[in-house]
Write a protein that binds this ligand. Sequence first.
Ligand code: FAD
Length: 363
Amino acid sequence: MTDFSEYKGIWVFCEQRGGELMPTDFELVSEARRLANEMDCKVTGVLLGEGVEETAGLLGGYGADEVMVCEDPLLKVYTTDAYTKVLCDLVDEYKPAVLLMGATNIGRDLGPRCAARLHTGLTADATHLDVDTREYMEFLRKSSTLDVDGMNLDMEDRNLKMTRPAFGGHMMATIICPRFRPQMSTVRPGVMKKAEFDQAKADACVILKPSFSITPDDIHVEVLSVEKAAKKMVDLIGANVVVSVGRGISKNVEEGIALAEKLADAMHGVVGASRAVVDAGWISSDHQVGQTGKTVHPKVYVALGISGAIQHVAGMQDSELIIAVNKNASAPIFGVADYGIVGDLFKVVPDLLKAIEAERAAR
Ligand code: FAD
């Protein structure tokens, strides 16, 4: 049986590519800070790579008390073998109570491998985390139809409560890991809110250089080269405005996408899409918003010809302002929209563009 008293603190595996920290790192460190305040413990970032020490302090600005930096030429580019070995050795030695990582391609590869090696559980793709039972009850009150007060939850329970969509997004499941440590979760990019950067905290962040060992014999693959996709990926998560298209563009796909691009340009935003549009091959998958796409919370989200299926709504419902255009007045998307326009998007969008142009000219 694991002796839980030995396990302390929250670790965030911080991903870097080409020496650059990923936006998920800042989101996760911010969330870890919130949880650490509930658990009264430290937040430790873990950064593997080569020539990455300089950027480590940035993590302090979002809430890390310390960052463990492990530098080696064999860690410059991600490999499952090398990263699993170094991370698991560190966990075995320093024993964190919680280990979080982004549900990115790398996190989804590394997380399960580490969980198996450490003989602990892993919640994949979490969208909400809590330690304090009262906080968790507040979350349930806001986001579920459960009779929270009748649930007889254990107020003293200090396990990490990791919530994720289940059964195609029709249910939310909260998972705990009561018998093993560390409690591990991958967390969906874009879900956790990034804290305001604090330079004083960044300056105070302690950089640790733990000893570790990695040799070529530990690695069973050789990375010959890293090829960047030639095409620029759309930055849905960082955008202030997202104009998304759905199957409603089907009568003229080219024109529908062109209209969305024009509207996105006029509003200084980017184009998103429902999965129906991605599955039909009309737009690339990096545009997909929703449960199996990206979670966005822009200032303005425009849904053009999107019905508002629960799996789509899961990825955009926290947008500050939602505008929906749909020719069906009873489409579910109007249930989450702040402004709804019932009409044919091929007529409505040109009118919106004219209105924006007229407004700009008048100013
Ligand atoms: P539809 O549901 O077909 O809706 C099209 C809408 O366009 C209709 O409401 C119609 O009234 C309207 N319309 C038609 N013509 C016009 C017009 N000319 N002008 C205006 N309106 C018009 N979906 C996602 O989006 N993201 C996900 O990440 C995702 N993940 C999923 C994961 C799982 C496990 C499963 C099972 C499903 C997932 N889905 C996801 C699919 C989701 O259930 C829906 O099938 C999908 O979102 C529907 O896309 P849509 O709204 O574009 O199409």
